[in-house]
Design a protein around this ligand. Structure first.
Ligand SMILES: [Mg+2]
Length: 183
């Protein structure tokens, strides 16, 4: 019996889009600081991690976190994963400045969108501590998370996104792609 740990942001939840949509007023609020790049451009990632995006404004509400759109493939991916083992959601509770919004919002998001039991929602940053054997599988869009997981002895699958090295697979059917990696 596999234990499958599925990341939220970047795998099931479109945090990138939500961040961008929540900060459409930034060009005027932070004149000169807003890079002229597409939201899907990997270069946008660095800018997203600048503190001014996280320390104030619309992201610091529970509503922001509960309102993040689900990727179109998320229901199909979850159903497929559930055919392969016990699925738990494993997500980073976030930076200290917004944890009290993000942690609550993420649990509510899972309840609303995934119909998953609370006991199967894990909020932790050091995900690799859960990897005990090859039957423990992590699906995550973060290269460091996946590498740490594999190093700890688990099976790690780097979910293709424009901001990681598997970006070349983004145009493909991602559910089938993950299932192929699992088989
Ligand atoms: Mg992620």
């Amino acid at each position: 019996m596999r234990n499958i740990f599925c990341d939220m942001d970047g795998v099931l939840a479109d945090l990138r889009w939500a961040q961008y949509a929540a900060h459409l007023d930034l060009p005027t609020r932070f004149a000169g600081m807003f890079p002229d790049v597409d939201v899907r451009d990997p270069a946008f990632e660095d800018w997203l991690h600048t503190p001014h995006l996280w320390e104030s404004g619309p992201i610091c509400t529970t509503e922001f976190w509960t309102g993040i759109p689900m990727y179109s493939w998320a229901p199909g991916l979850l159903a497929a994963l559930r055919s392969q083992g016990h699925v738990r959601i494993c997500s980073n509770p976030g930076l200290a400045v917004f944890t009290h919004h993000a942690a609550h919002g993420k649990v509510v998001w899972c309840q609303h969108n995934l119909r998953i039991k609370n006991r199967d929602i894990i909020l932790m940053a050091d995900k690799h501590l859960l990897a005990k054997s090859k039957d423990d599988v992590l699906i995550d869009d973060d290269e460091v998370n996946v590498a740490s997981w594999i190093y700890a002895g688990g099976t790690g699958i780097l979910f293709p996104q424009m901001w990681n090295i598997n970006r070349i697979y983004v145009p493909t059917d991602l559910v089938s792609w993950v299932m192929e990696k699992l088989s």
